[in-house]
Design a protein around this ligand. Structure first.
Ligand code: C2E
Ligand code: CA
Ligand code: CA
Ligand code: CA
Length: 275
């Protein structure tokens, strides 16, 4: 079997299910990529709506494949989660993000996505502690983004871990808010610092009245609970205006910048819009 250069794999052997073989190949490729240092954290700015200031960058993982080019996380995170490799990958992102953020202005934070699988690993707290200690980054500058699925699994252990992280001074965001089944009950189960309104609601703002209603409800909820609201996937000025009017605190999206390598952070801090 070999990669055909377009991001898919072709198979010539018989006897093994092609899908299973593709997975095995990708898994081997993932392991090798970790050894060869082919992963890289990209950063996307998060802006405060009122001041327009960049208040944080979200770290988004990219795989710089020697043959296939830059690969987006949707194409390897699921398998990394199934194989457990996400723990190593997650540690890599955490360390990169803390090291990079330590070189940024002190009032610019960094947000790192955590997979539910990382919560099953007993070393998560140690990994975070180590990433902070090695980089010298203040814990208050690190935000960890989790999805509802994290709270769905063995909630006792998970909640304890979340409380420990928060006690360290790290902030916890609830990512992709509104896409799960019972989002509201999760807000009661843990004192989140931030709610990230899923991109799907923002992209349908202009065309669907219910999306507008949901955004209004979530920003209102954030205000009453004292939780910061961030809208993701802001792509145009009309969306920005509606979000501003609803009192959404922070925005993130292609309107301001795509995710870019760490070497572009200075430019992103300098220029309000960079597509
Ligand atoms: P997410 O955490 O919801 O990240 C936001 C995604 O939306 C990113 O996709 C980002 O590039 C994209 N995005 C941002 N602004 C816009 C916009 O205006 N329009 C559109 N169409 N898209 C926008 P990306 O980088 O491909 O990441 C996809 C997902 O992969 C992330 O969704 C996250 O769930 C996961 N992921 C990325 N990096 C990591 C990581 O280091 N660890 C873990 N566990 N998951 C990661
Ligand atoms: Ca995220
Ligand atoms: Ca998200
Ligand atoms: Ca998402």
């Amino acid at each position: 079997a070999k990669a055909d250069g377009r991001g898919t794999y072709r198979f010539f052997e018989t006897g093994m299910d092609a899908r299973a073989q593709a997975r095995r190949l990708l898994e081997m490729d993932l392991r090798a990529a970790l050894q060869r240092d082919e992963f890289q954290a990209y950063y996307q700015p998060i802006r405060d709506v009122a001041s327009g200031r960049v208040v944080a960058f979200e770290a988004l993982l990219r795989w710089n494949h020697p043959q296939r080019g830059l690969i987006a996380p949707i194409n390897f995170i699921p398998l990394a989660e199934e194989t457990g490799l996400i723990v190593q990958l997650g540690d890599f992102v955490l360390r990169s993000a803390c090291n990079d953020a330590a070189t940024w202005p002190d009032d610019v934070d960094v947000a790192v996505n955590l997979s539910p699988v990382q919560f099953k690993n007993p070393n998560l707290i140690a990994s975070v502690t180590e990433a902070l200690a090695l980089s010298g980054l203040a814990a208050r500058r690190l935000e960890l983004e989790i999805t509802e699925s994290v709270l769905l699994q063995n909630s006792e252990v998970t909640l304890t871990t979340l409380h420990e992280l928060r006690a360290m001074g790290v902030r916890i965001s609830l990512d992709d808010f509104g896409t799960g089944y019972s989002s509201l009950s999760y807000l009661r189960s843990f004192p989140f610092d931030k709610i990230k309104i899923d991109r799907s609601f923002v992209s349908e703002l202009a065309t669907r009245e219910d999306s507008m209603a949901i955004i209004r409800a979530v920003t209102g909820l954030g205000r009453s609970l004292g939780i910061v609201t961030t809208a993701e996937g802001v792509e145009n000025d009309a969306q920005l205006e509606l979000l501003r009017r609803e009192g959404c605190n922070q925005v993130q999206g292609y309107l301001f910048s795509k995710p870019r390598p760490a070497s572009d952070v200075a430019i992103m801090l300098d220029r309000p819009r960079l597509l």
